[in-house]
Design a protein around this ligand. Structure first.
Ligand code: CP3
Length: 344
């Protein structure tokens, strides 16, 4: 049996045509997703109902024939599994009862998490039985810093005031939360692999908001510890790191965290990445999601530039961030054809 293209690329092989999948490839831009989402009621109910979560994971695979499926879930199921209150408000995003001190950390329970997240692992195992041959299954988690930002701020934030205050003024106290998250997230990734995930991705969506010393302490160190803990159990499973917005720290992240591949956000210059990152590890990325939304010549040129700069080394084609809700689904089909070199 030939190996899956995604696994070959993550192993460092340079394929004539790179494998392609998209962050947030399942979601509200697909009418069939909106239908299932309405049936589920709440977003979290959708995440915790294996039959429905399997269905929405498979929708983009059926439509576009991508090289990988990513488990349909969310980074916030980890704090939810630890016992924090988490809910989603329509058009506002996630809300959480903030964790801002030692007492609140003390209320979080690692022991209950695996049981709480059993439906997520059931979804992974159902998917691994159902996926078409050749399609790899990706599990994921948020990185400690990004998950902590939602936990401490109580939702999305513009300035990261509460989490920075805590991390800068009381690093030892905040460090206890981060240590707990390293353990919980490693366990969550291991459980996904034990249920059938073949690759995992760590989403650090808010890696780009810290000064240098704090970047080392709260991005590099916890991610390194997380990857080491995961690798101790599953040394053969590729880990993709996505330190969105890390800018000049991309090289340090790639060198020091132990990830097997690195996902580039939209702003990372591809010619730079070809010289500085790709000689050492597989790169993934990084079409601007708004180019996918716009489509046409603008998208075609964006695709060409990425393939020209990164196509000579190990590459996984992806976006620089998630698919935007207003994206016409046809544009995704056109993108897949362009990356595969199929003439329209
Ligand atoms: O990529 C995929 O297709 C897999 C599913 C996936 C979701 N969220 C589904 C989702 C993944 C990998 C995530 C990761 C995630 N979740 C991140 C990291 C990646 C990133 O985008 O930066 C973050 C920060 C979150 C937290 C989160 N979840 C936010 C901020 C929101 C609200 C934003 C929005 O679009 O409403 C969510 C909700 C969410 N997660 C939706 C989906 C499809 C929309 C929920 C809905 O259907 O109403």
């Amino acid at each position: 049996m030939t190996r899956k293209n995604l696994l070959r690329a993550l192993d460092g092989e340079c394929l004539a045509r790179p494998p392609i999948w998209l962050m947030r490839q399942a979601g509200r831009y697909l009418p069939e997703y909106r239908e299932i989402r309405a049936e589920a009621g709440s977003f979290l109910d959708l995440c915790y109902t294996p039959k429905l979560a399997v269905e929405v994971t498979l929708q983009p695979i059926r439509r576009f024939g991508l090289d990988a499926a990513i488990l349909f879930s969310d980074i916030l199921v980890v704090p939810h599994g630890l016992g924090q209150e988490v809910w989603f408000v329509e058009n506002e995003g996630p809300k959480l009862a903030p964790v801002r001190d030692k007492a609140a950390i003390g209320n979080l329970r690692l022991t209950a998490m695996r049981e709480h997240l059993a439906p997520v692992y059931q979804t992974v195992s159902d998917l691994s039985a159902l996926l078409p041959r050749g399609v790899a299954l990706i599990g994921f988690a948020g990185a400690p810093w990004t998950v902590a930002s939602y936990m401490v701020e109580g939702g999305g934030t513009r300035d990261f005031a509460a989490i920075k205050r805590w991390a800068f003024a009381d690093p030892a106290g905040f460090g206890e939360l981060m240590d707990l998250l390293v353990e919980a997230i490693a366990d969550h990734l291991c459980a996904q692999v034990e249920a059938g995930a073949e690759v995992v991705q760590i989403f650090d969506s808010w890696a780009g908001v810290l000064p240098e010393a704090a970047f080392r302490r709260w991005i590099i160190e916890p991610t390194r510890a997380l990857v080491a803990r995961f690798r101790a159990k599953h040394p053969e499973v590729p880990v993709i790191g996505f330190p969105r917005g890390a800018g000049l720290y991309y090289t340090k992240y790639a060198a020091d965290t132990g990830v097997s591949a690195i996902s580039l956000d939209t702003t990372v210059p591809t010619s730079w990445a070809a010289n500085k990152l790709q000689p050492n590890l597989t790169v993934q990325g990084n079409l601007d999601p708004m180019l996918l939304l716009v489509g046409g010549d603008a998208m075609a040129e964006g695709v060409r530039a990425i393939l020209d700069d990164l196509g000579q080394g190990p590459l996984v084609f992806n976006l620089g961030h998630g698919v935007v809700k207003e994206t016409p689904p046809d544009h995704v089909a056109t993108l897949v054809a362009a990356v595969r070199g199929d003439t329209a």
